[in-house]
Write a protein that binds this ligand. Structure first.
Ligand SMILES: Cc1cc2nc3c(=O)[nH]c(=O)nc-3n(C[C@H](O)[C@H](O)[C@H](O)COP(=O)(O)O)c2cc1C
Length: 339
């Protein structure tokens, strides 16, 4: 669909035209990242608007008991959709959490006139199908200043704090927390079972989770197997498990923090996350997540202390340059659309 055809169909504003347009935009929304590739979003087209709904049946009660990561993922899907709309010249207006009596309804989106995407937005949009979570050792190469600056500008425009950590002593402190969190999670049978249920081979047919890693359920249930999925491959299929391995393979650590810790902060984090990851992709860089210290209640304040940040940490990531990796599966669009 081109900008011109989209604009003329929105002028007609008939229901069929709007449905087609929203369906076109959703093809991009569902490329968004989500924890364990759980794809926890649903969409409903109704009364000329599109609703984004949290699919709580896809929750992760062990690592994400309050649906924080789920909401972040939905925020990322929302931003992918906005970029797709602007790319075809459609402005959107977004109402976040529009119905106080319905916690699942995270956003209502309406098409709202013409938009001219910026060149940065065009680059981010083009990066949507190319973006990957890269669980591999990164090259010992710093992000160029202009890319770091763009990331900082994105954070600022969303009112969140982005801390980029390049010096090895601070990376070491954080890596120590990561290994501690890993040990705590891996010692939990409940944690390993939840993770394994999203990674086993039959996920090939459900087109969610992370089965392409080629690990059997039994392998993931082993502490070492779980780690491969949660941190990154330090080489020869061996997971980064020590402070040194994590530091060596992660030249830049990145932490996103928000002023408070409520649903709006999580949605904003997701929207900014989408832009950060797509900006990296457009610049030939990549990222992956090292979230375990954020998933253990008592370790979250410790990360804040190590960072000396004012806000509440929401995401811990690695930014850098890594090998090209295969895309993760997505379910069919029809599975996300509810009547
Ligand atoms: C909020 C959130 C938390 C995540 N946490 C982790 C993590 O701790 N470890 C990890 O390896 N991947 C993590 N991921 C990445 C997902 O597993 C990844 O997005 C998913 O498998 C889809 O793959 P893709 O990003 O390559 O499309 C997280 C993603 C999101 C959005």
């Amino acid at each position: 669909m081109t900008a011109t055809s989209a604009m003329s169909s929105s002028r007609v504003s008939d229901t069929a035209g709007l449905n087609d347009l929203f369906t076109h935009l959703l093809q991009y929304a569902i490329f968004a990242p989500s924890e364990h590739n759980s794809q926890p979003w649903l969409f409903r087209i109704c009364d000329g608007s599109l609703e984004l709904i949290a699919d709580r049946t896809r929750g992760l009660p062990v690592v994400d008991p309050h649906d924080r990561a789920m909401t972040i993922s939905c925020g990322a899907a929302l931003d992918h959709l906005i970029l797709a709309a602007r790319n075809i010249g459609q402005e959107v207006s977004v109402d976040l959490c529009p119905d106080p009596s319905n916690d699942d309804l995270l956003a209502r989106v309406r098409l709202d006139g013409y938009a001219v995407p910026s060149s940065a937005e065009e680059a981010m949009f083009a990066a949507i199908p190319e973006r990957r979570t890269t669980r591999a050792r990164f090259l010992p190469k710093a992000l160029p200043k202009d890319v770091s600056d763009q990331c900082m500008e994105i954070a600022e425009s969303y009112g969140i704090e982005l801390t980029l950590i390049k010096d090895s002593a601070r990376r070491g402190d954080i890596a120590r927390l990561i290994t501690r969190a890993d040990r705590m999670q891996l010692s939990s049978l409940r944690f390993r079972r939840e993770l394994a249920s999203w990674v086993h081979a039959r996920r090939d047919t459900s087109r969610d989770g992370m089965s392409r890693q080629g690990l059997s359920m039994a392998e993931v249930m082993s502490p070492r197997g779980s780690l491969v999925v949660r941190t990154f491959d330090a080489g020869d299929g061996v997971a980064a498990a020590t402070k040194e391995e994590i530091c060596e393979g992660s030249p830049t650590l990145a932490v996103v923090s928000t002023p408070t810790d409520v649903v709006m902060d999580w949605l904003t984090t997701g929207r900014a996350l989408s832009r950060l990851l797509l900006t990296l992709t457009a610049a030939g860089a990549t990222a992956s997540f090292l979230n375990p210290p954020l998933e253990i209640r008592e370790l979250r304040p410790r990360l804040r202390n190590v960072l000396h940040c004012r806000g509440v940490p929401q995401l811990l990531m690695r930014f850098g340059y890594g090998p090209k990796v295969e895309p993760t599966m997505r379910r069919e669009l029809s599975e996300f659309l509810i009547p």
